[in-house]
Design a protein around this ligand. Structure first.
Ligand SMILES: Cc1cc2nc3c(=O)[nH]c(=O)nc-3n(C[C@H](O)[C@H](O)[C@H](O)COP(=O)(O)O)c2cc1C
Length: 201
């Protein structure tokens, strides 16, 4: 399966990058094709609400979003890993998400959602935050859910790690590595396997 991951952090080797790599470990081991997009180092401008995609579902801005659009169309599994910034997703990641308004037009105005594919479409959200407060996770999850539904990902699992602040602090977390790895493993289960497992849970 093709797996597209969106890494919201501008901090290289930060906590969300560490967790993303752990989640990807079993996915890579199984031979799935992984592409990581890090909007902090990409040329992605924010949505202009110019209406250019209303009737076509195609964004008129030309930049590196073109690679992201292709990955979203061709992918079957999607991961967002991000820190919480001011109770939401990072600005860099939010710009990428906002530019998916063209998929929103395609799905809701033109009634043409991105096709499901053979294995269905599923998502995983991993958020880290320095604070104890859950507010940022709830806000980030709401934005991620809106993004996932827009790109026709109906279901996503979410894992939140509060009180993880200093660079690399997540390495000392007692359960995070195992949890994200298991979530990665579940993400790439085929639909039939997944339904069976859900019946057992
Ligand atoms: C601009 C900025 C805003 C932040 N806002 C929040 C916040 O609202 N809530 C929170 O829990 N942590 C907040 N943090 C802390 C980060 O989420 C935390 O340091 C996280 O571990 C960074 O992840 P990374 O290493 O993957 O970049 C903020 C950090 C920065 C730099």
């Amino acid at each position: 399966m093709k797996v597209a991951a969106f890494l919201g952090s501008p901090r290289v080797n930060g906590n969300s990058e560490i967790l993303l790599n752990e989640a990807l470990r079993p996915i890579r081991e199984e031979g799935h094709e992984v592409t990581i997009f890090r909007p902090a180092v990409m040329n992605i401008s924010p949505c202009l609400n110019c209406g250019g995609c209303d009737e076509t579902g195609v964004c008129v801005v030309e930049d590196e979003m073109e690679k992201v659009y292709d990955a979203i169309r061709e992918g079957e599994r999607f991961i967002i890993a991000s820190p919480v910034f001011f109770f939401g997703l990072t600005a860099q990641l939010k710009a990428l998400i906002d530019r998916c308004q063209s998929f929103w037009c395609e799905k809701y105005l033109l009634k043409k959602p991105v096709p499901e594919g053979r294995n269905g479409r599923k998502g995983l959200l991993i958020l880290v935050g320095g604070m104890k407060k859950e507010t940022g996770f709830k806000c980030g999850d709401a934005t991620a859910a809106a993004f996932f539904r827009t790109i026709n990902v109906q279901k996503h699992e979410a894992l939140f790690y509060p009180q993880v602040d200093a660079k690399g602090a997540v390495i000392k977390h007692p359960t995070a590595f195992n949890e994200v790895m298991e979530a990665g493993r579940r993400l790439v289960l085929r639909q039939a396997q997944d339904d069976r497992n859900e019946g057992l849970r």
